[in-house]
Ligand binder design. Sequence first.
Ligand code: OGA
Ligand code: MN
Length: 217
Amino acid sequence: MAGSGRLALRTLPGSGWVRGSGPAVLRRLQDSAVVQPGFLSKDEEETLSRELEPELRRRRYEYDHWDAAIHGFRETEKSRWSEASRAILQRVQSAAFDPGQTLLSRVHVLDLEPQGYIKPHVDSVKFCGATIAGLSLLSPSVMRLVHTQEPGQWLELLLEPGSLYILRGSARYDFSHEILRDEESFFGDRRIPRSRRISVICRSLPEGQPGQPPPAC
Ligand code: OGA
Ligand code: MN
């Protein structure tokens, strides 16, 4: 009966990279909170981090702004990329966005130091449309989504280096997202030690707002 056991497992919602408070929320978000482990090859990971490192190194890590969602970070918004990186971003666009969606022209690059973390927030609907897609580099991390009205409903996404995550629709609007700090970085029982992490985040433009996108999301 090993065969039917495997079949039953395969039909359960969720995966090795997504956990949730229950089967209903997993099923409800299975197309709107998505993780694709190994989206980047090792070469592609290196291409991106080698290109980003000198630009990030010029900046200082920021801490403890009283209202800030992000602690221990430096960031940049990048619009000029090497050809190799453009090909990677093109793959992200095809994988995560509908052909009709327009992307913010500047890609958000966020560098979290080992103690850095992102508190729960929902990206501003003024500056960001229905879809957020992020590549993770260097360190694994755990992203937690919590329903803004019903905090008992949550998901955890395991973001390994080279993975792509996509938040769209309900996962983007009805759930907050956060990146857990090292002390709290668990995927279920599994400890996910945090070190420095770089994310490369593409966002769609809010719909019905033609013209110049605002400078930041
Ligand atoms: C953000 C954010 C997630 C990430 O900058 O708004 O949620 O993957 N970033 O770094
Ligand atoms: Mn965010």
